[in-house]
Ligand binder design. Structure first.
Ligand code: HEC
Length: 204
């Protein structure tokens, strides 16, 4: 030891404790390692790589809102999808803006018809060309295709939100992610091509 060179310690005495001098064992560290590894395994097995969707599923005590019916969860999620992806054109009221050539979703038969098959297609690939909504013809290529933007769940959610939005006077049934997936897969060959009213009308 360097400080012992200038002032030698009496034989047998140590000026500072060291791990070896303390006679300490390595076991506490081994034990700590085992415990930490156990924690790591637990997080690895149940954490779902911290993805919010998986993480919820792996939790032992699910948050209360998971008891809500599926359509209520879809509707709530749909409200935020709408706020992020649609509200700028179709407006918070769902009335669109006739002056800017944005059609309404409130009271639109494209939205509230019994089967959601046309609506899902419109959300996946958009629609262009003249379209009559509540007796007014709109013709504006601005509608966006959401095939590559939203997953099946979010498309089902926003469809559920606009179909069942009572504040807008809409009261149609909810849409499931499985319905979206079936149409997404069935129309994959369309790529980024948009629908036109003529190609949607044969769909029930
Ligand atoms: C950039 C503006 C814009 C955005 C964003 C947008 N739309 Fe549209 N949307 C339009 C336009 C314009 C049309 C009419 C297209 C035409 O003229 O053929 C339309 C048509 C529609 C229609 C069919 C006609 C009707 O009014 O019922 C539906 C349904 C629809 N949009 C739903 C949505 C939903 C849901 C979202 C969000 C996920 C969305 N749109 C986002 C502009 C937009």
């Amino acid at each position: 030891m360097s400080q012992n060179k200038s002032k030698p310690a009496p034989p047998g005495a140590e000026s500072e404790p060291t791990v070896a001098a303390g006679g300490g064992s390595a076991w506490p560290f081994v034990l700590l390692g085992v415990v930490l590894f156990g924690c790591f395994l637990h997080v690895e097995n149940t954490g779902g790589a911290f993805r919010a969707d998986v993480y919820q599923a792996g939790m032992k005590t699910p948050p209360p809102q998971t008891d809500e019916p599926e359509d209520v969860k879809l509707f709530k999620r749909g409200a935020s999808v709408y706020a992020g992806g649609c509200v700028g054109c179709h407006q918070p009221t769902g009335l669109g803006s006739p002056a800017l050539n944005f059609p309404p979703l409130a009271g639109s038969d494209w939205v509230t018809r019994e089967k959601p098959d046309r609506l899902i297609r419109i959300l996946l690939n958009a629609v262009e060309g003249p379209i009559k909504v509540k007796d007014v013809v709109y013709d504006n290529p601005a509608m966006l295709a959401f095939r590559d933007v939203f997953n099946d769940y979010d498309i089902a959610a926003v469809a559920t939100f606009i179909r069942g939005n009572k504040e807008w006077g809409n009261g149609a049934g909810f849409v499931t992610p499985a319905q979206v997936k079936a149409i997404r897969d069935g129309t994959a060959a369309m790529g980024s091509q948009k629908w036109r009213v003529e190609t949607l009308e044969p769909i029930p």
